[in-house]
Each structure stands twice: as C-alpha cells, then as structure tokens.
Design a protein around this ligand. Structure first.
Ligand code: GLY
Ligand code: MN
Ligand code: MN
Length: 443
C-alpha cells in the first residue's frame, strides 16, 4: 500500500491547486462468445493504485481552499451472485482499507460525483484523445457542470493530459519496482536456460515455447510479457516471428525472445543458440560479434551519458564486423563511418539497441529532451530500466557470403541504471558460447 500512496502524493504535488485528476483502469476485452481475454489492468492506473480489478477509476483531488488533497477510488460493489461466478471483489470499503485511499465509492456513482468534484475546479487532468468512450465521458461531466452555471458554478477552464506526467514518474523505478523487476528477470533467465536444455533437432518450436511458459508460471509470473518468439533457421531473420510451429533442424540456430510479466512488470530476454548444442564456425563468428556489440553497449551505460550512447557503441562494433565478414562490400575500402553514414548496416541490423522497460515491455517515458531545439537523447539516470539488445540478421541474397545465410542472432538483457553503472537483471540466462554449449551438453 505504501508505494502507491507515495506515488499518488508525488503526482498530487505536481498538480495545480484546485485541480482534479481522473484515471480509469483498462476495460475487459471480449475474445469471442462469452470469453474475455485474460484481464490486464492499465499500467498507469495500477502504478498509482495497486488495485487490479476492472471497472475502477482513480480520482485525485488537489488542495482546494481549506480542503486537503485526497484520493478517491471508484470500484465495483460487492455482489454475491457475481462473486459466485467470477470471484472475489473488494467492494469500496475493503478497497479503501487495503489500498489506502481516503474515500471509495461504487463505480455507479462516478458521473454524479465527478459533476460535483469538477464544479469550480481549476484544471482537469485526464487521459486525452486515447479512447472515444473516455473522451465522451469527460464531455458529459463538463456538460453537467455547465448546467449548474446559474448557481454560480463554473467548469474547469483547462484540460491537461495526465498520462505524460505519470509516464515520466514510471520511467524512474523505485526500490519496490526494482525488486520485482529483478525477480522477473531471474525467472525469465531460468526459462531461457530451461529452453536450452530442452532443445534438440526434430523438436517443434512450440515445444520450446511450452517450456518457457511452464517456467514462467510455475514461478508465479502471471503472464508472458509479450508473445514469445521461438524462431529456428530462416525464421530467426523474421523480427516479429511468433507462429512457433516449425520443426527445428540439426545445424540451425534458434532465436528465442521471451520474458515473463511478474506482478505487473515485464522482463524481456533474447538468447540465440544452436539447435544441436554446438555452434558452427560461421554461427560462432556472428555470435561473438553480437556479444561484443552487446558488451560495448553495456559499457556505454553510465548515469549522465545519453541513452543513445549504447546504440552508437553497439552499431560501431556491428558495422566493423559487417566489413570484416564481407557482409557489406569490402571493395570500396569502406570504413565503419562509411557503413553507418550510408546506412548500409540497415540491411543486417534494422532495429534500435534497446528501449525503456517496466510495467509495459516497451515502457513509457520520453527518449529525447523535447525542451531543447535539437531534441538530444536524454541522459541516463539511476532507476531507469532499459533492454540492451543488439542483433544481426542475414537473409539469403546475392553478394552476401552464403555461409552466413539464414543466421539471425539477437542477445538481449535487461538492466537498471545504477549510481556507478548498471545492475544486470537477467544474468541467470546463459550467454557465452562456452556456457551455452556446456549447458546443452549436460542436458
Ligand atoms: N520483445 C520485444 C522487444 O524485444 O522489444
Ligand atoms: Mn526488447
Ligand atoms: Mn525482446
């Protein structure tokens, strides 16, 4: 309960006097017939509330006159019949107690309460332009306040998007969050080790996906953080491949990008290894190149250094490797700078080297300082969590050495920026050629 109350207080401290913020959680989504997708709360709502039930809205009321700032939860009422079918509901009273809100009301009271709370409020902070139904609901509240005009009541004169404020808070992970993310990383790392042990020629990709999901769930992770990628052979060069239905062959690599979500926090790991447990010469060459690129990227992570430094560092290593292995044309006596300036690396390395990681796998927060005209990459700060994920993907093509065809490699780890560098969250997933081969030999 404590981190949530603290986060609400920090958001309230940024709000104008006399203002109100409103933040709904995510809706339930029908999959088909009577079946919903597994319910997942809205990340920003949960960040501030800790409350996981659907049909809930958080309202924060800033100081106004003599009235102190306070928080209100709107949620589903207790309902014996619905609880027999669908399970436990807190109901407003228990939710207020359990999550430390000042006030809680049934969700059915939201419209009436908002019409009162917005009377003479200065600013309304809410999600803006994300969802037509929510925008219409806000318009309805403002209309209700305008109808009270003859009694001297005015609606808020400004609307502001509340989400960027919360998203910037979410970018810096507090101690509670870092502890959950470390555990998520450990579980996902163990799942990758399990996948390596289980892999052998003749198995299907989905059999390995099942091993990953089993390891996530048996350790208490509620979901995969995203659809797992188990991509063998030529599939390893398809960045978002997730059919996972091919039979793996001797002599191929398999690229696995999979991470669990634990208590609302994502992990995101990629490992690439030989289906038969032994890297071939060309596989090892490119693997060592990507590993060196990842090391260069990790070495570039320091508080105060720009976020973009890790990509620049990884790209230089990869570009040099592309020259050394003849992936980009050597006849031009090209340099690393030529390769990068002419974007010739993009054919083999077409994505960035990472992203913010947190409640969302591609987490919130700006990557650039938009207050400056040239929009520089923002400096890293302790508490920021990022993935570090260089790769190389060689599709068959004329002029590209055949030995490397259909080799796709990515190595992805998760880190939190620390005062003296970074903390690795995903060290339990084997990564060196020697460690991977040893693990697979023993399996
Ligand atoms: N698994 C998503 C990503 O690596 O960005
Ligand atoms: Mn990633
Ligand atoms: Mn990934």
């Amino acid at each position: 309960m404590k981190p949530y109350a603290e986060r609400r207080a920090r958001l309230l401290a940024q709000m104008e006097r006399g203002s109100v913020a409103v933040l709904p959680t995510a809706p339930e989504v029908l999959r088909n017939g009577d079946s919903d997708y597994p319910y997942r709360f809205d990340s920003s709502f949960h960040y501030l509330s800790g409350f996981g039930e659907p049909e809930a809205v958080l309202v924060l009321v800033a100081e106004r006159g003599d009235a102190p700032a306070h928080s209100i939860l709107f949620c589903r009422e207790k309902n014996e019949e619905r609880e027999i079918w669908d399970g436990f509901r807190h109901g407003p009273d228990a939710a207020r107690e359990a999550f430390g809100f000042d006030i809680a009301h049934p969700i059915a009271a939201l419209d009436e309460q908002m019409a009162q709370l917005l009377a003479n409020a200065t600013t309304l902070y809410c999600p803006m332009g994300r969802n037509a139904a929510q925008d219409a609901q806000v318009r309805g509240w403002l209309e209700s306040v305008r109808k009270q005009a003859r009694s001297g009541v005015v609606p808020p004169s400004s609307l502001r998007d509340v989400l960027p404020m919360i998203e910037e808070m979410r970018l810096l992970k507090d101690a509670t969050e870092q502890a959950i993310m470390l555990r998520a990383g450990q579980i996902s790392g163990a799942a990758h080790a399990r996948a390596m042990r289980a892999t052998r020629p003749g198995k299907f990709e989905y059999e390995i996906e099942a091993e990953l999901l089993y390891e996530f769930r048996r350790n208490g992770a509620q979901f995969p953080a995203y659809t797992p990628i188990v991509a063998s052979g030529a599939n390893s060069c398809i960045l978002h491949y997730n059919a996972n239905n091919r039979r793996m062959q001797d002599g191929e690599l398999v690229l696995i990008d999979a991470g669990c979500e634990l208590d609302g926090y994502a992990s995101d790991i990629t490992r690439t290894f030989p289906v038969n447990g032994r890297f071939s010469g060309p596989q090892r060459d490119l693997y060592e190149l990507v590993l060196a690129a990842q090391k260069a990227a990790l070495d570039a992570i320091q508080p105060g250094k720009p976020y973009s430094a890790m990509h620049d560092a990884a790209l230089r290593v990869l570009a040099q490797g592309m020259l050394d292995f003849g992936l980009v044309d050597r006849n031009l006596s090209a340099t690393v700078d030529d390769v990068i300036t002419n974007k010739r690396h993009l054919r083999f390395y077409m994505h960035g080297t990472g992203h913010w990681l947190g409640m969302d796998v591609h987490d919130t927060g700006a990557y650039r300082d938009v207050t400056q005209a040239e929009r520089p990459s923002r400096p890293l700060q302790p508490g920021m969590a990022v993935t570090v994920e260089p790769g190389i993907y060689v599709r068959p093509a004329e002029g590209v050495p055949e030995a490397f065809w259909n080799i796709g490699i990515r190595i992805e780890d998760d880190i939190v920026v620390a005062p003296d560098g970074y903390q690795l969250l995903t060290g339990s997933a084997p990564k060196t050629v020697a460690d991977i081969e040893a693990l697979m030999r023993e399996a």
